[in-house]
Design a binder for this molecule. Structure first.
Ligand code: TYM
Length: 338
């Protein structure tokens, strides 16, 4: 009898509790991959509250946003029986490993990070938070504490993943083979959903023009209105490609909420105008988001289930991270390895 070997990857990914709710770009670029992968792989899904402190935050809102994000992920289909869903600050090993990796990281490589450059642009260094600079090291610690080998993310995280690999490689070279080098898992379609009012800018939770975002919790009339107002390209044709960035972005969203290929959708609109296309797209988004919003509402009506899932997740995560940290402490020569 042939022996069937199934090589299970360990995946790790995270999302920041920065806004009231995630937007559809977070879902398309990241969450839907997490939901698919949890059936195949061992998954760790982390709500990275410590990362959200790298920009100014409201203490009175942080815990609630963290809980709301957990409810969002559960409502999207993250199953706590299949994925370890937890909050970053509940597992102290993340911050400890961050320090150890900080001592391996270089100022130069951190200064080259596009996200750091974008978020600190135009500001004097005296007003740029040091946390923003260290952001990618905390992110590397997140993944390496679990020795994860696959990191499903949107396109904007590519550079952080490269840095993470460099840090892991350097650590291994200095202290002996400890970490597998994690690979980014970035889907071909929908890895960079653009703003509805500017197809050259990414849909972003921290955007200064939040009208370009489609929030997961937007009610149907808001969705219809936002899609109606969404920027389109010149011409009348519905086509998928670089010459039609705004329509292609809408097609990516259409594709994600219906499961049909963007080109196939575009073909169905041959001879029709933008108005028909937008009306149908808005209805497709509403039908997709309605069941999600119902589940979200139920979970938020009694948050004890959400809190219990997070407590269980933190317990499991701690076990894995603590054993990595014991090994790491020993390798770097600390006196106490526990
Ligand atoms: P965050 O919270 O900004 O976003 C969560 C995930 O959503 C993806 N994403 C997008 N995908 C497509 N189109 C968009 N417009 C879009 N905007 C966001 C992001 O790429 C991300 O996958 N640094 C991470 C959080 C993090 C993390 C980690 C991720 C912390 N530690 C360890 C992986 C592994 C972030 O800010 O995600």
């Amino acid at each position: 009898m042939p022996i069937l070997l199934h090589l299970m990857a360990r995946i790790f990914s995270g999302v920041q509790p920065t806004a009231e709710a995630p937007h559809i770009g977070n879902y398309i670029g990241a969450f839907r991959q997490w939901v698919d992968l949890q059936d195949r792989d061992e998954s760790f899904i982390c709500i990275v509250d410590l990362h959200s402190m790298t920009l100014p935050w409201e203490p009175a809102e942080l815990a609630n946003r963290t809980r709301m994000l957990a409810a969002t992920l559960l409502a999207c289909g993250i199953d706590p029986k299949k994925s370890v869903l937890f909050v970053q600050s509940a597992v102290k090993e993340h911050t400890e490993l961050t320090w150890l990796l900080t001592c391996v990281a270089r100022m130069g490589e951190l200064s080259r990070m596009t996200q750091f450059k974008e978020k600190s642009r135009g500001k004097e260094s005296g007003s740029v938070g040091a946390g923003l600079f260290m952001y990618p090291v905390l992110m590397a610690a997140d993944v390496l504490a679990y020795k994860a080998d696959l990191v499903p993310v949107g396109d904007d995280q590519r550079q952080h993943l490269e840095l993470m690999r460099d840090l892991a490689e350097r650590f291994n070279r200095l202290f002996g083979d400890t970490f597998p080098l994690p690979d980014a898992f970035i889907s071909e379609e929908g890895a960079r959903i653009k703003s509805l009012d500017d197809p050259t800018a990414k849909m972003s939770k921290s955007s200064e023009r939040p009208t370009g975002n489609l929030w997961m919790v937007d009610p149907p009339e808001v969705i219809r209105d936002k899609i109606k107002r969404a920027v389109t390209d010149s011409g009348r044709e519905i086509a998928y490609g670089p010459e039609k960035p705004a329509i292609s972005n809408l097609l990516d969203i259409y594709s994600a909420v219906t499961g049909k290929a963007p080109k196939e959708i575009a073909e169905a609109y041959e001879g029709k105008g933008y108005a028909d296309f937008k009306t149908d797209l808005a209805e497709a988004i509403v039908s997709f988001l309605t069941p999600f919003q119902e589940r979200y509402g139920e979970l938020m009506a009694d948050v004890s289930g959400v809190d219990a899932a997070l407590a269980e997740g933190a317990e499991k995560a701690r076990g894995v991270a603590a054993s990595t940290l014991a090994e790491v402490r020993e390798r770097v020569g600390l006196m106490f390895s526990q």
